[in-house]
Write a protein that binds this ligand. Structure first.
Ligand code: 26W
Length: 822
């Protein structure tokens, strides 16, 4: 019966159409004569989901049978975007399903466009987690992700009068076919209460009692591998109240109070905090973190109990389980595991700690001081009274070792301490994460070097350098080339004669052999052009502005942040605009028409970042209607930048900007996406730009600006000496101040960051070389043939930046896990 009931794996058009119609009838309860695009999306999604679930089941079963060491990737963010197209491609169903819907009177494109993004993340860190899940599945590792099922993802951005406005992202409004609710998997998570110290003979144990309990309900999101049957899982936790509501109050007629507890509990996972690279110490955020971490560890515990039955020794736990901490957000997991082992399993402290530290590894994603998580001790004592005791004990034992290592060096001790001795005291989460992990890694070569020399320097001295590693980030070529750029994917596969490159990106290298093939170059250029037309259409649809697809598309899309210097970009645009305006008609003929495209969200409380958005839009509204400059310059701010918008923008870029102040961008991953799609980059000597440069060579990238090792001195000069501002920059500032782009007083706080603010991000220092680099870009673009060669060589040399390479490195040198293929 089991065999007979199984959903057919594939494949052919008719089989798909049957399941499509069945879902229209049963799942959607509609007649086949009443199917709009959205219903067609739902029916298609459910037909795919059936097959995903089958693979999911099989994978989980086999991974349980084999009982190999597993990886658990703990991330407070998974920025998945849309799932349908990705699932169709990874399962190899795209062609059959495409023909199937066409015959039924639909266009696959329209159907795909119905899906709302799963936007459970802010930016780099969340999207990295999503790419890593794709690689873990594709490479067949026994792995799970654990995260939070936010009711509201990252806010939706609208631009009103040039300003950013935020709207709630109620992504679950309609049914979500990509999750499997596990109503039977419910974990109690406790907050507050107090700790009883119980002495039994000469042993002391602690009992955490009282407090409130919130329940965590599991929702599973299947992640299919590409070209394999493996389908792994992301388990997302949603909060709900333990009791329905207070019946006593309800019966007394106090209805609102009766449901209060319920509402409070549901509030816990209601919203994703929209801050990227900036710590805001909200108590609810700490509660989210513990809630998620406690539920996840308990859930892994089910596995552990399974092997407890098999009489294995506790010391083997780290041979069975590897837990990767995606930044410091899940650091409480370290404390929670120690608590479980000591208080509940009654292991000795040192024995427990040995197990804990061998289990965890920690990835750092930023060096910005304002992004470092630290929590006030009083807040933590209230919410997690037992955990704060454990943290203080851990710190005591840790500092005793430090004291032995550097006797009498009180400053060293204070710098390393997990507790910051201020009023109030704070728990430094990064310190806790380092002390509780066996491995710490940065996300690009420069970043990993910098953390060893700056923020974690003292830890390197204490532990020695071997605990600290580099794992340069990567991106999945399945979504970021095959799916986002189907035409280029096809051209590559045809040229190489296979699709194996999608699983081994280093095979792209062979494209180099075609670089002098004129016909190949022509087709390469044609693909880029059609992607630019696709973006131009999108811009017309959402903004009602026409842009010329033959112009140079110059793109900067990413979260808006001072360190990323979108401000420098728009100041450069003003300079360029004024330059064109001053030209004679003959000179104008030499100017390459340019469309400068911006996109990205600012954290709602980040005043300066929001002003940058306003300035961009103000400049756009002046430039775009200035007929004197013909069509030589257009400025576009694309609203609500997200994963699915990125999939349209990335393949269409000629040049993209990654221009952070040296030493501030840990890695960047969109830089990799652009270059993989044959877009050149204009970048600073920062993050992964450096390694991209190493791979693709001097001729195919535009690098400029000061180096990380110069930054400290430059900042010192701004602070204590008179530094003359770059003259071009000065002229641009004067222009803004004269009201050329609207009321000058609006932008005064922004301009003050350059003058009174001491230009912390060194815009003045890099402005001259930035303009020079832009000139080189313009000159190079005039030579279509050479530009096409550069573009091809970019793609051909991006093998290193596949997330498959990154995941293999993690598996081999940190986790010690091996693949188990279904
Ligand atoms: C506590 C507030 C907060 C929230 C998010 C602090 C820090 C974060 C993230 C770690 C910020 C982030 O996304 N960092 C980015 O991580 C990417 C993936 O490694 C890198 O490519 C980016 O350079 C880095 O900014």
């Amino acid at each position: 019966l089991w065999e007979k009931c199984s959903v057919p794996e594939a494949i052919d058009k008719e089989t798909f159409q049957k399941s499509f119609i069945r879902h229209v009838n049963t799942t959607l309860a509609r007649s086949i004569y009443n199917v709009d695009n959205f219903s067609a999306y739902q029916a298609t999604a459910h037909a795919v989901r059936d097959r995903l679930i089958q693979r999911w089941n099989e994978t989980q079963q086999i991974h349980t049978e084999r009982d190999q060491k597993r990886v658990y990737y703990l991330s407070l963010e998974f920025l998945l975007g849309r799932s349908l197209d990705n699932a169709l491609l990874n399962l190899g169903l795209k062609d059959a399903f495409g023909e199937g819907v066409k015959e039924l009177g639909f266009k696959m494109e329209d159907i795909l466009g119905q899906e709302v993004d799963a936007a459970l993340g802010n930016g780099g860190l969340g999207r990295l987690a999503a790419c890593y899940m794709d690689s873990l599945a594709t490479l067949c590792y026994p792995a799970w992700g654990y995260g939070v099922r936010y009711t509201y993802g990252i806010f939706q951005q609208k631009i009103v009068d040039g300003y950013q406005d935020e709207f709630p992202d109620y992504w679950l409004n309609f049914d979500n076919p990509w999750e499997l609710p596990r109503v039977d998997i419910v974990v109690d998570v406790k907050f507050g209460g107090h700790v009883n110290k119980i002495t039994e003979g000469d042993t002391v144990r602690h009992e955490w009692v009282g407090g409130e309990t919130v329940q965590a309900v599991a929702y599973d999101v299947p992640i299919p591998g590409y070209g394999v049957k493996n389908c792994i899982n992301i388990r997302l936790w949603s909060s709900k109240p333990r009791r329905k509501f207070d019946l006593g109050k309800f019966n007394a007629g106090e209805y609102d109070q009766a449901v209060q507890e319920q509402m409070k509990a549901e509030f816990l996972t209601a919203v994703l905090y929209p801050n990227d690279n900036h710590m805001v110490g909200k108590e609810l955020r700490l509660k989210q973190q513990y809630f998620w971490v406690a539920a996840s560890l308990y859930d892994m515990w089910v596995e552990v109990r399974r092997f407890k039955k098999s009489q294995r020794d506790w010391n083997e736990f780290p041979d069975q389980v590897a837990i990767q901490l995606n930044d410091t957000h899940p650091t409480l997991a370290i404390v929670e595991l120690q608590r479980i082992l000591v208080d509940e399993e009654r292991l000795g402290w040192d024995e427990a700690w040995e197990i804990v530290t061998n289990t965890f590894a920690f990835t750092n994603h930023t060096v910005l001081p304002e992004a470092m998580e630290k929590w006030p001790v009083p807040t933590m004592s209230q919410l997690l009274p037992r955990h704060i005791q454990i943290i203080f004990d851990l710190n005591l034992f840790f500092l005793q070792k430090v004291e032995k290592f550097a006797p009498g060096d009180r400053d060293f001790l204070a710098r390393l301490s997990i507790i910051e001795e201020s009023t109030p005291q704070y728990v430094r989460m990064a310190h806790l994460a380092i002390v509780g992990s066996h491995r710490v890694n940065g996300v690009a070569k420069l970043h990993s070097k910098l953390i060893k020399e700056t923020i974690f320097k003292d830890f390197v001295r204490f532990y020695g350098p071997d605990k600290f590693e580099n794992k340069t980030n990567g991106i999945t070529p399945r979504r970021w080339l095959h799916q986002a750029n189907p035409k280029l994917s096809e051209l590559i596969s045809e040229t190489l004669g296979h699709k194996d490159w999608l699983k081994d990106l280093s095979l792209l290298k062979k494209l180099e052999e075609s670089v002098n093939d004129k016909e190949f170059r022509r087709r390469w250029i044609a693909v880029k052009h059609s992607n630019k037309v696709r973006l131009a259409d999108y811009i017309r649809d959402v903004m009602d502005i026409d842009v010329n697809p033959n112009a140079l598309f110059d793109v900067q899309v990413k979260r808006i942040h001072e360190y990323k210097r979108q401000f420098m970009n728009i100041l450069g645009v003003i300079h360029h605009y004024n330059n064109i305006k001053s030209m004679s008609p003959e000179k104008m003929r030499n100017v390459v028409p340019r469309v400068v495209i911006f996109g990205g969200k600012a954290a709602p409380g980040y005043y300066i970042a929001k002003l940058v958005i306003k300035l961009i839009n103000s400049v756009a509204s002046v430039v775009n209607k200035d007929t004197n400059i013909q069509d030589l310059l257009k400025v576009i701010f694309i609203p609500d930048y997200n994963v699915s918008v990125a999939e349209i923008i990335v393949p269409a870029s000629d040049i993209s900007q990654h221009i952070s102040t040296a030493g501030t961008e840990a890695s960047g991953t969109s830089n990799m996406k652009f270059v993989l799609n044959g877009g050149l980059i204009l970048g600073t000597v920062d993050g992964a730009n450096i390694e991209i440069h190493e791979e693709i060579g001097d001729d195919n990238i535009f690098m400029f600006g000061h180096l990380a090792e110069q930054v400290e001195d430059l900042r010192y000069a701004h602070r204590y000496r008179d530094v003359t501002m770059d003259p071009h920059l000065n002229a641009v500032i004067k222009d803004i101040e004269s009201g050329s782009f609207g009321e000058a007083r609006i932008f005064a706080p922004l301009i003050n960051t350059l003058t009174f603010g001491k230009d912390y991000y060194l815009i003045s220092d890099d402005f001259g070389s930035y303009l020079d680099a832009q000139k080189l870009v313009e000159e190079a673009y005039k030579n279509e043939k050479d530009w096409a060669k550069k573009s091809i060589l970019c793609t051909a040399n991006m093998g290193k930046f596949s997330s498959d390479r990154a995941i293999k490195e993690y598996a081999e040198s940190i986790w010690g896990t091996v693949p188990v293929e279904v």
